[in-house]
Design a protein around this ligand. Structure first.
Ligand code: PHE
Length: 450
């Protein structure tokens, strides 16, 4: 990316590319299962509040850092203040943890496409299908390899323009399909209780873990705290209004997550409920949706189309993850792009193997009582990202000062929420993140429970 620090051709181009990175498995696969796990409505409410405050401020900040410096994460922090380039380095490690396990799930989606396209959708509706698949050794690894290879190929060819064009078409189709499927689900008998669970907050279910879960999900879903938005900001033109773009991305991203939750969570609690333990965690989408499709008229075709669109959304995100990693290595070690793509590809394959095997032959390895995929997800989302976000806020709040970024944002018009921005960056975010991290650690050690 660094050789050609081009800029996005249009405002829509920027928003679409950033939204393409933001909208992915995080919205469709991860959000619904976390919402189900952390008490539905209360999680939703916490998430939305965080998105409109912390998410908004951080995304504005990251894009502004990128646009001001014209650099990607590591160099951006270095340019702003040499002593703090370690924040950029920490941020750069996050996508390296995420990409491997993200691609494992991308592989699951690929497998589901083949199942539905070959007309075997009904088999996937069986309770033991998903567990049987991810519990095996070679099949998930094979599909993981395929997904990784597609990602690497696109990054290697650098067909960003093509992706932009296709997203303009695919994203709206995905949204329309999701609305259609959700409507169908909501018309099913006995769904009311599940919908209520999903929408109405039950404050007795609120805990520090709800906030930590929602915060991790926010960073993940909006592709924050890992330098991606800094890189994207560096491609943004000066007359592009950062605040407006952030609002658009934020609403789009949250809207899709909300819809995915509505499509999956109530169904999971109603007549299509699965008894399989796996379906309650990361497997929720894979266990629930095939059952919905199986009951639907024409469900096989809809299922096939749906998983193809999900694959597409996942690819636009995995590409942004891999592109970030590749550009970091290219910048740092001055390697050429082809070689770097090859190294990153092989590295991710190796790192992804534990996540893939964690549901089968390595299911006895349970760090912190989690399967390996959930463990990597936890380390990146609930540990690393809050730390990077905290350091970023402190850096902006007390080293370069918020006004530096406000000036940058105001280059293209008034920054309406600048007071809120300053307050969040300087006080609210650091205090909240520290409190949440401390209580999560204490909670994890069993010392203190909220
Ligand atoms: N935001 C993406 C999603 O919701 C995931 C992602 C995370 C993409 C980090 C890029 C970087 O699926």
């Amino acid at each position: 990316m660094s050789e050609k620090r081009s800029s996005f051709t249009s405002k829509l181009g920027f928003v679409l590319a950033a939204a393409g990175s933001a909208v992915g498995l995080g919205n469709i696969w991860r959000f619904p299962y976390l919402a189900a796990k952390y008490g539905g409505g209360i999680f939703l409410l916490t998430y939305i509040v965080l998105a409109l405050t912390l998410g908004f401020a951080l995304m504005c900040a990251e894009i502004a850092i990128g646009r001001k410096t014209g650099k990607s994460a590591i160099d951006a922090f270095k340019v702003l203040n040499k002593r703090y380039s370690f924040i950029g380095i920490l941020a750069a490690i996050v996508p390296m943890i995420i990409l491997p396990y993200y691609s494992v799930i991308g592989g699951w989606v690929t497998k589901y496409i083949t199942v539905f396209v070959s007309g075997n959708g009904s088999a996937a509706a069986d309770d033991s299908f998903f567990g049987g698949f991810i519990g095996s050794t070679t099949e998930p690894l094979f599909y993981f390899l395929i997904f990784m290879a597609i990602t690497a190929l696109i990054v290697l060819l650098g067909v960003e323009k093509g992706i932009e064009k296709v997203s303009k078409f695919m994203m709206p189709v995905l949204v329309i399909m999701m609305i259609g499927i959700t409507t169908y689900v909501l018309c099913q008998p006995g769904i009311g209780a599940g919908v209520k669970d999903y929408l109405l907050p039950d404050f007795s279910e609120f805990s520090v873990n709800t906030v930590l879960g929602a915060m991790g999900q926010l960073f993940y879903s909006m592709s924050l705290a890992m330098g991606i938005m800094i890189t994207y900001g560096s491609y943004m033109k000066k007359d592009n209004h950062i605040e407006k773009s952030v609002h658009q991305i934020e609403w789009f991203d949250t809207g899709i997550a909300f819809l995915a939750g509505l499509m999956i969570v109530p169904a999971a609690f109603s007549n299509v409920q699965s008894n399989d333990e796996l379906s309650k965690g990361p497997g929720l989408m894979f266990a629930t949706l095939p059952k919905v499709f199986d009951q639907m008229p024409g469900g096989h075709i809809i299922g096939a189309l749906f998983f193809i669109l999900v694959l597409f959304a996942a690819l636009t995100s995995s590409i942004s993850l891999m592109e970030t990693i590749v550009s970091i290595f290219c910048d740092k070690f001055k390697w050429n792009r082809k070689l770097t793509c090859g190294i990153v590809f092989v590295g991710c394959l190796i790192l992804g193997i534990p996540s893939s095997l964690g549901f089968g032959v390595w299911s006895h390895i349970l760090p912190l009582d989690m399967d390996l995929l959930t463990f990597f997800d936890f380390i990146s989302n609930s540990v690393m990202m809050p730390i990077v976000a905290l350091l970023t806020c402190l850096f902006i709040g007390y080293v370069i000062k918020p006004v530096t970024l406000i000036d940058e944002i105001e280059q293209s018009g008034r920054f309406k929420m600048k007071k809120l921005f300053t307050a969040i960056i300087k006080y609210v975010a650091p205090v909240c993140i520290v409190l949440i991290l401390i209580s999560a650690v204490l909670d994890g050690l069993g010392i203190f429970k909220i």
